[in-house]
Design a protein around this ligand. Structure first.
Ligand SMILES: Cc1ncc(COP(=O)(O)O)c(C=O)c1O
Length: 373
């Protein structure tokens, strides 16, 4: 086996990944990114206000958070998140860093991890970094989760149940109320919720699904990212003061990596302020997502699991998914094929990622193209 033959296998199986070419231009409808509130698309509107507010902001932290001399903007952003969530926050360089660093740090003796089977690769990477005690539960199946908890709880001091509030590939939503009920019933449970695709999109202030259900205080760790609806880069963990202090001492992705550029932290701060007031856009996005889901169900004759702005169109195999993506691209719609290993075999699909800036005619245009596919 060598690297070249591995690439050839990928090509033969229709799952060779390539970085797509730069595509821009009038009339292109981009449904591939995660700019759910359309803020990144409109960023030029905010640039002048940003430069006036942060004229001296630095482009580089030049050191890890633990060594950087200038902590002002990081502190401001963490304080803002603390005001929003009502508990401390810790910044990370990305959602990937946040999950890998936090999960691996939480892995101390006496800990059992129970991740939903479809949890994101960054959390999985955190889990496999060390000799982890873990058992995966069937996706969104809290009966299965309960059985595992009941069977294994005597062996461990703590059980960390992990879920994504909005799943990145199917757009379905974790049964957060049931997870919280389990946490109330079993005191050794800690609840770890990755809100990467919900931050900015759900909740009155855009804090995520936990906020929309009034359950922030009944979670132990919330991960949010700035690179999606927030139109920036970086991420945060919202947690207790003790766990924040612990992560500062144990999260290797925080300790051993240069902090995000202050300019990004400042932009994130400004974007969180704008996001907080985007309730109308959140309602609009929920409305068009439901409509688009209905269209997909009509066309395929099958129920679509999505309950969010991420809507999958199942293709059946990798070759079909790639063909569909090309056909959409020819007609000006950018929607990428998702293949193994991002999704399991048979789960190949087009992932439509909707945003609040889409018009009704955009939605109907995409629906017409899909019908013809
Ligand atoms: C559920 C989930 N968590 C974390 C991440 C990683 O976030 P980031 O892109 O900020 O590294 C992603 C990225 O796609 C994600 O989908």
């Amino acid at each position: 086996m060598d690297y070249k033959s591995i690439l050839e296998d990928f090509r033969r199986e229709g799952r060779l990944r390539e970085i797509p070419p730069h595509r821009a231009g009038r009339g292109l409808l981009d449904l591939s990114g995660n700019d759910y509130m359309g803020l990144a698309a409109r960023q030029t509107m905010f640039r002048q206000g940003f430069s006036e507010r942060f004229p001296e902001i630095s482009m580089s932290a030049s050191a890890s958070r633990l060594l950087a001399s200038d902590q002002r903007i990081f502190g401001m952003l963490e304080n803002r998140l603390e005001d929003l969530y009502g508990r401390p926050a810790l910044l990370f360089n990305s959602g990937y860093h946040a999950n890998v660093g936090t999960v691996s740090a939480l892995n101390i003796p006496g800990t059992l991890f129970l991740p939903d089977r479809l949890i994101h690769a960054s959390a999985i990477d955190g889990l496999v970094m060390r000799n982890t005690q873990m058992e995966r539960w069937r996706h969104n199946d809290t009966d299965h989760l309960r059985r595992i908890v009941e069977k294994r709880r005597g062996e461990f001091d703590r059980i960390i149940v992990m879920a994504e509030s909005v799943y990145s590939m199917d757009g379905d939503i974790a049964p957060l109320e049931e997870l919280v009920a389990l946490r109330r019933e079993f005191p050794e449970i800690m609840l770890y919720i990755d809100e990467a695709h919900a931050f900015g999109v759900f909740g009155k202030k855009g804090l995520g699904v936990a906020e929309s259900l009034g359950l922030i205080d009944e979670t132990d760790i919330i991960v949010g990212t700035f690179g999606k609806a927030c139109a920036s880069s970086g991420a945060f963990v919202s947690t207790s003061a003790t766990l924040r202090d612990y992560l500062v001492n144990a999260a290797r992705s925080l300790i051993f990596s240069t902090a995000i550029p202050p300019v990004c932290a400042a932009w994130s701060l400004m974007m969180t302020e704008i996001l907080e007031d985007m309730s109308d856009e959140r309602a609009r996005l929920a409305e068009i997502s439901a409509e688009f889901r209905g269209i997909i169900e009509d066309i395929t004759g099958k129920e679509c699991v999505s309950r969010s702005q991420i809507v999958p169109l199942m293709a059946g195999d990798a070759t079909k998914a790639v063909k569909m993506s090309h056909r959409l691209g020819e007609q000006g719609v950018i929607a990428l094929a998702i293949r193994r290993p991002t999704v399991p075999p048979g789960g190949e699909r087009i992932r439509f990622s909707l945003n609040a800036g889409l018009s009704d005619s955009d939605i109907h245009k995409v629906a017409d193209i899909i019908r013809k596919l």
